[in-house]
Ligand binder design. Structure first.
Ligand SMILES: [Zn+2]
Length: 327
């Protein structure tokens, strides 16, 4: 794996690769994960060498073990990059088993698109999956490590509440040891992935991965399809990055939730309409002096076609109100 030095020379892309590993592990007492060997996730090859596992459109629950986000991996000549690792170590192991059905090459990089547990709690499954049994490099937005460390206790509690022992929670949360401040490239051997760190949108640590060989964009939760978008960063910030996202030269996108792959940039339109609708409605309520609780209770339902509306719509309106009230 090579991090493109040209990126530094041009000054356009600045990957902060810490010279010394600062792998942090938030340790918990070890627990048995109870994952049967060979229990591989189902994946689909959406483009040559690009594989995606489509997570359930559901909340984390015992029966899905946190398998609720889209996960992917890209195979180069020298090794593999994993993009998001699932909501539990068990799911991470099942993703690694799926990789092993395709290739015996080492996992060179594990990339988290953002901090949410359904995308990060499988990280520990990839320890030792690198060259000669070493750890792969763990890449994420420069703000992810601190944000996830701050929320780790809450995420552990909510994960065990949602999944019980079925998820077998992470016996450890593996934080990134490669911080991406703006952007950079990872070479998997004849195959380059371009990483881009975004300003606060879905969260304050969103990162996208573009496979240059196939024009496949892994958008993480910057793009939701079918599954209602969830605002955990800034609704105004998220809307503001839409034009820049649309400019990315991809032909297909793997959304964080929804189908394994959909055409790009058409996939952005429904999400943009939803977020614009929420922002407009909330701004109107604030301008009219409508209190938060009333604005949330009276919020119009989103357009048909979204799922998990009950779980997330009023929460989004609440978050938008708290943010936009200070504009
Ligand atoms: Zn998320």
């Amino acid at each position: 794996m090579r991090l493109a030095p040209a990126a530094f020379a041009l000054g356009l892309l600045a990957v902060t690769v810490l010279a010394q590993a600062h792998q942090e592990v938030l340790a918990q007492p070890p627990r048995a994960v109870g994952e049967a060997a060979g229990d591989a996730l189902t994946t689909v090859e959406i483009a040559p060498g690009v594989y995606v596992h489509e997570g359930a459109e559901a909340l984390a629950a015992p029966d899905n073990r946190g398998d609720i986000a889209n996960l992917g991996f890209v195979v180069g000549a020298e090794g593999v990059a994993v993009i998001d690792t699932g909501g539990s170590v068990a799911i991470g192991r099942a993703l690694l088993a799926a990789i092993r059905e395709v290739t015996a090459l080492p996992v060179l990089a594990v990339i988290n698109t953002h901090m949410h547990p359904d995308h990060t709690f499988g990280n520990a499954a990839f320890r030792g999956a690198g060259p000669q049994g070493a750890d792969p490099a763990f890449f994420a937005h420069a703000k992810l490590g601190r944000a996830l460390a701050v929320r780790a206790g809450h995420y552990r509690a909510s994960t065990s509440l949602a999944m019980g022992d079925a998820g077998a929670g992470p016996e450890e949360i593996v934080l990134p040891d490669r911080d991406v401040a703006e952007g950079g490239e990872i070479d998997l051997g004849g195959r380059v992935l371009r990483l881009t760190a975004w300003p606060t949108a879905h969260t304050d640590n969103d990162l996208t991965v573009l496979d240059l060989a196939t024009g496949t964009l892994f958008a993480g939760d910057l793009v939701f399809v079918h599954h209602l978008p969830v605002v955990d960063g800034s609704i105004a910030g998220w809307l503001a990055v839409h034009p820049r996202l649309a400019e990315l030269s991809a032909t297909r996108v793997v959304p964080g939730h929804g189908p394994a792959a959909v055409p790009w940039p058409a996939a952005l339109a429904p999400q943009r309409r939803y977020l614009e609708g929420v922002a407009a409605e909330v701004r109107r309520a604030i301008a009219e002096g409508t209190p938060l609780a009333r604005a949330v209770a009276d919020a119009p339902e989103p357009a048909a076609g979204w799922v998990l509306v009950d779980a997330f719509h009023r929460r989004n309106v609440t978050a938008a109100y708290a943010e936009l009230e200070w504009e």
